[in-house]
Design a protein around this ligand. Structure first.
Ligand SMILES: [Zn+2]
Length: 400
């Protein structure tokens, strides 16, 4: 991956959302490939950390808590444990699996935001937002449903239409309805802080479209289609009470946008790992700020914009961080530029692998489970149950 020679590798796997079990498609598309890659580097005696954790903020958790009559923290505790246990049982070899409700993460993400704020990298904007007068609350993201302005699906969410995949804001929905009280929201003015992505557009174009042509076609293509449109400032805070409080005066009742704090979780979880075992892992800065470290984000295909455009812009705005060298999103498993997707390449690679690493077939079992473009979940389930013998108590979630 890439031509530059690096000293060590930081591997991250997308933080699963603590609102249910891990999706089987994500297991095959994100966690198994990232696990193989980390194990592969360890076998080669390279310096590597493999970082995971649960994403525990955002609106869906609060909605589930409300429905079940428990607190959002209760929801996170339950699913964090379930997901963590599942990964362990399946043999995903994270060096750390922490969570974004940890004290370390709250402080880290808060300080990150504050630095951008102090450096003048954020803009303050008053905008009109939907407000639920019965619940006395602004309606961010999934607190609103309504008709999609693009495909006219009547059950689009305030942040996304799951039918046509459009990225939405609540104000765009036709006939919006509050998911808290069911009432028709009114429009009210509120203040939030935005990252002016438009300021990073030219830099992103140069960095991705010119300097990272080797990224997978689906990732590169999606970045290109975003960058061909004009990027707009994007709100990094929300009027919500579940999340990390915005560390700025006059921001009471506001928290960091979940997509601002979640990717920072990769860094804070690395810090937690390094603090717990400095002899083995050294300082966290080594893994995130040394240009000789290669950063690889394994992600689901629905996370591309956040990992390729927004998070890198945040890191660039901060100024102290390295940027990802590659952002593999599931299509094929790629090891050392060998696409293990055709029988010919596969056979060659298999032979060389067993010469180098005799009796390591268990690692290959993982390769098999990931050796395909994502197909239907039930097909994957069949393949995995045949090939992965350690998956006894895995929490399988079907999409349909
Ligand atoms: Zn739609």
């Amino acid at each position: 991956m890439g031509e530059k020679k690096f000293k060590r590798t930081t591997v991250t796997a997308a933080l699963p959302y603590a609102n249910g079990g891990v999706h089987i498609g994500h297991l095959a598309g994100v966690y198994v490939p990232s696990d193989i890659y980390a194990r592969y580097l360890r076998l080669k005696k390279e310096e590597v950390v493999f970082i995971g954790g649960s994403d525990e903020h955002g609106v869906p958790i609060t909605l589930r808590a409300k429905k079940e009559g428990v607190t959002p923290q209760d929801v996170c505790d339950r699913y964090h444990k379930m997901i963590k246990d599942s990964f362990r049982e399946f043999g995903i070899s994270f060096d750390v699996y922490s969570r974004t409700t940890s004290e370390t993460h709250h402080k880290f993400a808060s300080d990150f935001f504050r630095k951008l704020y102090d450096d003048g990298k954020l803009i303050e904007q008053e905008t009109e937002q939907l407000y639920d007068e019965e619940a006395k609350q602004f309606l961010a993201d999934r607190y609103v449903v309504g008709e999609c302005p693009h495909c006219h699906n009547e059950h689009a969410y305030g942040d996304q239409c799951e039918k046509c995949g459009s990225d939405l804001s609540p104000m765009e929905l036709i006939n919006p309805q509050s998911t808290i009280s069911g009432s028709k929201p009114v429009v009210k003015t509120t203040k939030n802080w935005y990252l002016p992505l438009n300021n990073y557009q030219e830099w992103l174009k140069q960095w991705i479209l010119n300097e990272h042509k080797e990224w997978r076609p689906n990732v590169y293509g999606q970045c290109k289609s975003w960058l061909d449109m004009d990027l707009q400032p994007r709100a990094m805070t929300r009027d919500l009470n579940w999340g990390i409080p915005v560390p700025v005066e006059g921001a009471e009742g506001k928290v960091l946008y979940v997509w601002f704090d979640a990717p920072i979780g990769y860094i804070s979880n690395t810090k937690e790992l390094c603090d717990s075992n400095p002899e083995k892992f050294g300082s966290w800065q080594k893994w995130w700020q040394d240009p000789e470290t290669r950063l690889i984000h394994f992600i689901g295909k629905d996370n591309i914009v956040f990992h390729c455009l927004i998070f890198p812009s945040m890191l660039k705005a901060h100024g102290d961080y390295i940027l990802p060298d590659n952002v593999p999103s599931n299509e094929f498993l790629n090891l050392e530029n060998d696409k293990i997707s055709t029988s010919r390449n596969w056979a060659v690679w298999l032979h060389e692998y067993l010469v180098d690493f005799p009796n390591k077939q268990d690692v290959l079992r993982y390769v098999l489970t990931a050796n395909a473009p994502e197909t239907k979940d039930n097909n994957l389930l069949g393949r995995i149950s045949k090939s992965a013998t350690t998956a006894n108590s895995w929490q399988f979630m079907a999409t349909s």
